[in-house]
Write a protein that binds this ligand. Sequence first.
Ligand code: FAD
Length: 319
Amino acid sequence: MSQVLVLVDHVDGAVRKTTTELLTVAARLGEPAAVFLGQGYDNAAATLAEYGAATVYQVEAEGLDDYLVAPKAEALAAVVRQAGEVAAVLVASSGENKEIAGRLAVKLDSGLITDAVDVQAGAEGPVTTQSVFAAAFTVTASVTKGVPVITVKPNSAEPVAVAGVTPNVVTVPVTVSDAAKTARVVERRPKEKSGRPELTEAAVVVSGGRGTNGDFSPVESFADALGGAVGASRAAVDAGWYPHSSQVGQTGKQVSPTLYVASGISGAIQHRAGMQTSKTIVAVNKDPEAPIFELVDFGVVGDLFTVLPQATEEVLKRK
Ligand code: FAD
Protein backbone atom coordinates (compact mmCIF):
# COMPACT_ATOMS: atom_id res chain seq x y z
CA MET A 1 0.00 0.00 0.00
CA SER A 2 1.30 3.52 -0.81
CA GLN A 3 2.17 5.78 2.05
CA VAL A 4 0.32 9.00 2.81
CA LEU A 5 2.67 11.45 4.49
CA VAL A 6 1.36 13.82 7.14
CA LEU A 7 3.46 16.80 8.20
CA VAL A 8 3.33 16.87 12.01
CA ASP A 9 2.22 20.20 13.50
CA HIS A 10 3.73 20.53 16.93
CA VAL A 11 5.20 22.86 19.50
CA ASP A 12 8.29 21.23 21.04
CA GLY A 13 6.77 17.83 20.35
CA ALA A 14 3.26 18.62 21.67
CA VAL A 15 1.24 17.39 18.69
CA ARG A 16 -1.65 19.56 17.54
CA LYS A 17 -5.10 18.07 17.01
CA THR A 18 -4.87 18.92 13.30
CA THR A 19 -2.19 16.24 12.94
CA THR A 20 -4.37 13.56 14.52
CA GLU A 21 -7.16 14.60 12.12
CA LEU A 22 -4.82 14.27 9.15
CA LEU A 23 -3.57 10.84 10.25
CA THR A 24 -7.22 9.75 10.28
CA VAL A 25 -7.72 11.17 6.77
CA ALA A 26 -4.47 9.51 5.63
CA ALA A 27 -5.76 6.09 6.73
CA ARG A 28 -8.58 6.43 4.15
CA LEU A 29 -6.09 6.99 1.35
CA GLY A 30 -3.28 4.55 2.13
CA GLU A 31 -0.81 3.80 4.90
CA PRO A 32 -0.45 6.78 7.28
CA ALA A 33 3.10 8.02 7.85
CA ALA A 34 4.12 11.05 9.89
CA VAL A 35 6.92 13.47 9.08
CA PHE A 36 8.40 15.06 12.19
CA LEU A 37 10.55 18.15 11.73
CA GLY A 38 12.37 19.98 14.53
CA GLN A 39 12.93 19.31 18.21
CA GLY A 40 10.86 17.31 20.71
CA TYR A 41 10.16 14.01 18.94
CA ASP A 42 10.12 12.07 22.22
CA ASN A 43 7.09 14.06 23.35
CA ALA A 44 5.27 13.33 20.09
CA ALA A 45 5.96 9.61 19.65
CA ALA A 46 3.03 8.27 21.71
CA THR A 47 0.42 10.47 20.01
CA LEU A 48 1.65 9.59 16.53
CA ALA A 49 1.43 5.88 17.38
CA GLU A 50 -2.00 6.31 18.97
CA TYR A 51 -3.39 7.82 15.77
CA GLY A 52 -2.00 5.13 13.53
CA ALA A 53 1.26 6.39 12.01
CA ALA A 54 2.78 3.16 10.64
CA THR A 55 6.03 4.99 9.89
CA VAL A 56 7.49 8.13 11.40
CA TYR A 57 10.14 9.98 9.42
CA GLN A 58 12.20 11.94 11.87
CA VAL A 59 14.24 14.57 10.11
CA GLU A 60 17.56 15.55 11.55
CA ALA A 61 18.71 18.83 10.12
CA GLU A 62 20.74 21.73 11.43
CA GLY A 63 18.96 25.05 11.27
CA LEU A 64 15.43 23.77 10.66
CA ASP A 65 14.01 25.94 13.42
CA ASP A 66 16.35 28.89 12.80
CA TYR A 67 14.93 29.85 9.42
CA LEU A 68 11.43 30.37 8.05
CA VAL A 69 9.64 27.90 5.81
CA ALA A 70 12.14 27.14 3.00
CA PRO A 71 14.26 24.59 4.96
CA LYS A 72 11.11 22.77 6.06
CA ALA A 73 9.98 22.43 2.44
CA GLU A 74 13.43 21.08 1.56
CA ALA A 75 13.28 18.56 4.41
CA LEU A 76 9.79 17.41 3.46
CA ALA A 77 10.86 16.97 -0.17
CA ALA A 78 13.82 14.85 1.00
CA VAL A 79 11.43 12.60 2.95
CA VAL A 80 9.07 12.20 -0.02
CA ARG A 81 12.01 11.19 -2.22
CA GLN A 82 13.28 8.70 0.36
CA ALA A 83 9.84 7.25 1.19
CA GLY A 84 9.34 5.56 -2.18
CA GLU A 85 5.72 5.19 -3.27
CA VAL A 86 3.78 8.13 -1.82
CA ALA A 87 0.05 8.52 -2.54
CA ALA A 88 -0.21 12.06 -1.13
CA VAL A 89 1.30 14.57 1.26
CA LEU A 90 -1.20 16.09 3.70
CA VAL A 91 -0.51 19.34 5.53
CA ALA A 92 -2.85 21.19 7.90
CA SER A 93 -3.95 24.52 6.41
CA SER A 94 -2.18 27.38 8.15
CA GLY A 95 -0.28 30.34 6.76
CA GLU A 96 3.13 28.73 7.24
CA ASN A 97 2.05 25.27 6.16
CA LYS A 98 0.45 26.52 2.95
CA GLU A 99 3.74 28.15 2.02
CA ILE A 100 5.60 24.91 2.81
CA ALA A 101 3.07 22.98 0.70
CA GLY A 102 3.44 25.38 -2.24
CA ARG A 103 7.23 25.16 -2.18
CA LEU A 104 7.04 21.37 -1.84
CA ALA A 105 4.77 21.03 -4.87
CA VAL A 106 7.25 23.09 -6.93
CA LYS A 107 10.15 20.90 -5.78
CA LEU A 108 8.25 17.72 -6.61
CA ASP A 109 6.86 19.17 -9.85
CA SER A 110 3.41 18.10 -8.73
CA GLY A 111 -0.02 19.61 -8.18
CA LEU A 112 -1.24 21.38 -5.06
CA ILE A 113 -4.73 21.71 -3.61
CA THR A 114 -5.23 24.09 -0.68
CA ASP A 115 -7.90 24.37 2.02
CA ALA A 116 -9.65 21.08 1.38
CA VAL A 117 -12.56 20.47 3.74
CA ASP A 118 -12.71 16.78 2.86
CA VAL A 119 -10.42 14.24 1.21
CA GLN A 120 -11.59 10.82 0.07
CA ALA A 121 -9.98 7.98 -1.84
CA GLY A 122 -10.74 7.95 -5.57
CA ALA A 123 -9.95 5.52 -8.39
CA GLU A 124 -7.03 7.68 -9.52
CA GLY A 125 -5.90 9.17 -6.25
CA PRO A 126 -7.28 11.43 -3.53
CA VAL A 127 -10.42 13.44 -4.32
CA THR A 128 -10.73 16.69 -2.41
CA THR A 129 -13.65 18.97 -1.61
CA GLN A 130 -13.11 22.73 -1.31
CA SER A 131 -15.58 25.42 -0.37
CA VAL A 132 -14.77 28.58 -2.35
CA PHE A 133 -15.96 32.14 -3.06
CA ALA A 134 -17.39 32.67 0.39
CA ALA A 135 -18.72 29.10 0.27
CA ALA A 136 -20.92 29.95 -2.72
CA PHE A 137 -19.41 26.96 -4.58
CA THR A 138 -18.26 23.50 -3.61
CA VAL A 139 -15.40 22.26 -5.77
CA THR A 140 -14.34 18.65 -6.17
CA ALA A 141 -10.78 18.34 -7.42
CA SER A 142 -7.91 15.89 -7.87
CA VAL A 143 -4.23 16.43 -8.57
CA THR A 144 -3.36 15.12 -12.02
CA LYS A 145 0.44 15.43 -11.92
CA GLY A 146 2.98 14.00 -9.51
CA VAL A 147 2.51 13.34 -5.79
CA PRO A 148 -0.60 15.24 -4.68
CA VAL A 149 0.17 17.89 -2.07
CA ILE A 150 -2.99 18.80 -0.16
CA THR A 151 -3.57 21.26 2.64
CA VAL A 152 -6.60 20.37 4.75
CA LYS A 153 -8.56 22.77 6.95
CA PRO A 154 -8.68 22.09 10.70
CA ASN A 155 -11.75 20.17 11.92
CA SER A 156 -12.24 18.46 8.55
CA ALA A 157 -12.19 15.04 10.20
CA GLU A 158 -12.82 13.59 13.64
CA PRO A 159 -9.55 12.00 14.86
CA VAL A 160 -9.84 8.25 15.38
CA ALA A 161 -7.33 6.47 17.63
CA VAL A 162 -5.97 3.16 16.33
CA ALA A 163 -4.94 0.46 18.78
CA GLY A 164 -1.76 -1.58 18.55
CA VAL A 165 0.34 0.45 16.10
CA THR A 166 4.08 0.61 16.73
CA PRO A 167 5.56 3.00 14.20
CA ASN A 168 8.68 2.15 12.27
CA VAL A 169 10.90 5.17 13.00
CA VAL A 170 13.13 6.20 10.11
CA THR A 171 15.74 8.89 10.62
CA VAL A 172 16.28 11.11 7.60
CA PRO A 173 19.43 13.23 7.64
CA VAL A 174 18.97 16.47 5.68
CA THR A 175 21.51 19.19 4.97
CA VAL A 176 19.67 22.47 4.57
CA SER A 177 21.02 24.30 1.52
CA ASP A 178 22.31 27.87 1.76
CA ALA A 179 19.68 28.83 -0.80
CA ALA A 180 16.97 27.92 1.72
CA LYS A 181 18.48 30.04 4.48
CA THR A 182 16.94 33.24 3.23
CA ALA A 183 14.82 34.38 6.17
CA ARG A 184 16.17 33.85 9.66
CA VAL A 185 14.02 33.82 12.81
CA VAL A 186 15.23 36.65 15.02
CA GLU A 187 12.94 36.21 18.00
CA ARG A 188 9.99 34.05 19.07
CA ARG A 189 7.51 35.52 21.48
CA PRO A 190 4.85 33.12 22.75
CA LYS A 191 1.34 34.49 22.57
CA GLU A 192 -0.22 35.39 25.90
CA LYS A 193 -2.20 32.35 26.95
CA SER A 194 -5.95 32.95 27.22
CA GLY A 195 -6.65 29.39 28.32
CA ARG A 196 -8.93 29.07 25.29
CA PRO A 197 -8.22 26.86 22.29
CA GLU A 198 -6.63 28.26 19.14
CA LEU A 199 -9.35 29.95 17.04
CA THR A 200 -8.65 28.04 13.82
CA GLU A 201 -8.48 24.67 15.56
CA ALA A 202 -11.28 25.02 18.11
CA ALA A 203 -14.22 22.62 17.89
CA VAL A 204 -16.49 25.41 19.16
CA VAL A 205 -16.25 29.10 18.25
CA VAL A 206 -18.50 31.77 19.75
CA SER A 207 -18.20 35.09 17.91
CA GLY A 208 -19.42 38.55 18.72
CA GLY A 209 -20.17 41.44 16.40
CA ARG A 210 -21.32 45.03 16.49
CA GLY A 211 -24.37 43.84 18.43
CA THR A 212 -22.16 43.34 21.50
CA ASN A 213 -21.69 47.10 21.59
CA GLY A 214 -18.17 46.43 22.88
CA ASP A 215 -19.15 44.16 25.76
CA PHE A 216 -17.81 40.70 24.91
CA SER A 217 -18.35 39.26 28.39
CA PRO A 218 -21.48 37.21 27.49
CA VAL A 219 -19.69 35.92 24.37
CA GLU A 220 -16.59 34.94 26.39
CA SER A 221 -18.63 33.29 29.16
CA PHE A 222 -20.57 31.19 26.67
CA ALA A 223 -17.36 30.22 24.84
CA ASP A 224 -15.75 29.23 28.16
CA ALA A 225 -18.78 27.17 29.20
CA LEU A 226 -18.45 25.23 25.93
CA GLY A 227 -14.64 25.05 26.04
CA GLY A 228 -14.51 27.10 22.84
CA ALA A 229 -12.60 29.97 21.28
CA VAL A 230 -13.84 33.54 20.89
CA GLY A 231 -14.14 35.11 17.43
CA ALA A 232 -15.17 38.57 16.28
CA SER A 233 -16.61 40.26 13.22
CA ARG A 234 -14.61 42.95 11.49
CA ALA A 235 -16.98 45.60 12.78
CA ALA A 236 -16.07 44.58 16.34
CA VAL A 237 -12.37 44.46 15.51
CA ASP A 238 -12.40 47.81 13.69
CA ALA A 239 -14.12 49.35 16.71
CA GLY A 240 -11.17 48.16 18.83
CA TRP A 241 -13.34 45.84 20.92
CA TYR A 242 -11.42 42.68 20.09
CA PRO A 243 -7.97 41.96 18.60
CA HIS A 244 -7.56 41.42 14.88
CA SER A 245 -6.13 37.95 15.59
CA SER A 246 -9.71 36.96 16.53
CA GLN A 247 -11.34 38.29 13.36
CA VAL A 248 -13.29 35.72 11.38
CA GLY A 249 -13.87 36.27 7.69
CA GLN A 250 -12.43 37.12 4.32
CA THR A 251 -9.76 39.38 5.79
CA GLY A 252 -9.49 37.45 9.04
CA LYS A 253 -9.25 33.79 9.95
CA GLN A 254 -11.06 30.90 8.31
CA VAL A 255 -12.68 28.63 10.85
CA SER A 256 -14.49 25.36 10.39
CA PRO A 257 -15.57 24.25 13.87
CA THR A 258 -18.17 21.67 14.78
CA LEU A 259 -20.25 24.48 16.29
CA TYR A 260 -20.13 28.19 15.35
CA VAL A 261 -22.24 30.67 17.28
CA ALA A 262 -22.63 34.13 15.71
CA SER A 263 -23.97 36.63 18.21
CA GLY A 264 -24.83 40.18 17.22
CA ILE A 265 -23.43 39.54 13.74
CA SER A 266 -25.50 40.40 10.66
CA GLY A 267 -23.94 37.78 8.35
CA ALA A 268 -22.20 39.89 5.68
CA ILE A 269 -20.69 37.88 2.83
CA GLN A 270 -17.18 38.74 4.03
CA HIS A 271 -17.94 37.29 7.46
CA ARG A 272 -19.53 34.17 5.96
CA ALA A 273 -16.35 33.59 3.95
CA GLY A 274 -14.59 32.71 7.18
CA MET A 275 -17.16 30.48 8.87
CA GLN A 276 -19.61 29.03 6.38
CA THR A 277 -17.98 25.59 6.36
CA SER A 278 -18.72 25.18 10.10
CA LYS A 279 -20.67 21.97 10.72
CA THR A 280 -23.47 23.51 12.82
CA ILE A 281 -24.16 27.25 12.76
CA VAL A 282 -26.22 29.03 15.39
CA ALA A 283 -27.07 32.74 15.35
CA VAL A 284 -28.39 35.02 18.04
CA ASN A 285 -29.66 38.26 16.58
CA LYS A 286 -32.48 40.58 17.58
CA ASP A 287 -33.36 41.34 13.96
CA PRO A 288 -35.41 38.46 12.43
CA GLU A 289 -34.48 39.76 8.96
CA ALA A 290 -30.73 39.57 9.57
CA PRO A 291 -29.04 37.76 6.63
CA ILE A 292 -27.19 35.42 9.01
CA PHE A 293 -30.47 33.56 9.50
CA GLU A 294 -30.31 32.43 5.83
CA LEU A 295 -27.45 30.04 6.59
CA VAL A 296 -27.99 28.92 10.16
CA ASP A 297 -28.98 25.49 11.42
CA PHE A 298 -30.53 27.08 14.52
CA GLY A 299 -31.47 30.72 14.97
CA VAL A 300 -32.53 32.60 18.06
CA VAL A 301 -34.27 35.94 17.54
CA GLY A 302 -33.41 37.80 20.68
CA ASP A 303 -31.05 40.04 22.58
CA LEU A 304 -27.65 38.43 23.02
CA PHE A 305 -27.37 39.96 26.49
CA THR A 306 -30.39 37.87 27.50
CA VAL A 307 -29.94 34.76 25.37
CA LEU A 308 -26.21 34.05 25.90
CA PRO A 309 -26.26 34.24 29.73
CA GLN A 310 -29.29 31.92 29.78
CA ALA A 311 -27.56 29.49 27.42
CA THR A 312 -24.37 29.68 29.51
CA GLU A 313 -26.27 28.92 32.69
CA GLU A 314 -27.98 25.96 31.04
CA VAL A 315 -24.68 24.53 29.76
CA LEU A 316 -23.00 24.94 33.16
CA LYS A 317 -25.95 23.25 34.89
CA ARG A 318 -25.48 20.17 32.71
CA LYS A 319 -21.73 19.86 33.37
P1 FAD B 1 -23.42 44.71 11.61
O1 FAD B 1 -23.51 44.37 10.16
O2 FAD B 1 -23.63 46.11 12.02
O3 FAD B 1 -24.45 43.75 12.36
C1 FAD B 1 -24.71 43.82 13.72
C2 FAD B 1 -25.85 42.86 13.99
O4 FAD B 1 -26.08 42.80 15.38
C3 FAD B 1 -27.18 43.30 13.37
O5 FAD B 1 -27.67 42.22 12.59
C4 FAD B 1 -28.08 43.58 14.57
O6 FAD B 1 -29.43 43.19 14.33
C5 FAD B 1 -27.46 42.72 15.62
N1 FAD B 1 -27.67 43.19 16.99
C6 FAD B 1 -27.54 44.44 17.48
N2 FAD B 1 -27.72 44.47 18.81
C7 FAD B 1 -27.97 43.18 19.18
C8 FAD B 1 -28.23 42.56 20.43
N3 FAD B 1 -28.24 43.24 21.57
N4 FAD B 1 -28.48 41.22 20.43
C9 FAD B 1 -28.47 40.50 19.29
N5 FAD B 1 -28.21 41.05 18.07
C10 FAD B 1 -27.95 42.36 18.02
N6 FAD B 1 -16.36 41.36 8.11
C11 FAD B 1 -16.02 40.33 8.88
O7 FAD B 1 -16.71 39.99 9.85
N7 FAD B 1 -14.86 39.65 8.62
C12 FAD B 1 -14.04 39.95 7.59
O8 FAD B 1 -13.00 39.32 7.41
C13 FAD B 1 -14.40 41.03 6.74
N8 FAD B 1 -13.65 41.39 5.68
C14 FAD B 1 -14.07 42.39 4.86
C15 FAD B 1 -13.35 42.68 3.69
C16 FAD B 1 -13.78 43.68 2.84
C17 FAD B 1 -12.97 43.97 1.60
C18 FAD B 1 -14.94 44.41 3.16
C19 FAD B 1 -15.43 45.49 2.23
C20 FAD B 1 -15.65 44.14 4.29
C21 FAD B 1 -15.22 43.14 5.16
N9 FAD B 1 -15.96 42.83 6.32
C22 FAD B 1 -15.58 41.76 7.07
C23 FAD B 1 -17.04 43.70 6.81
C24 FAD B 1 -18.42 43.18 6.51
O9 FAD B 1 -18.84 43.64 5.24
C25 FAD B 1 -19.41 43.69 7.57
O10 FAD B 1 -19.35 45.09 7.60
C26 FAD B 1 -19.15 43.17 8.98
O11 FAD B 1 -19.04 41.76 8.94
C27 FAD B 1 -20.31 43.58 9.87
O12 FAD B 1 -20.04 43.16 11.18
P2 FAD B 1 -21.27 42.86 12.17
O13 FAD B 1 -22.11 41.80 11.59
O14 FAD B 1 -20.68 42.68 13.50
O15 FAD B 1 -22.01 44.27 12.20
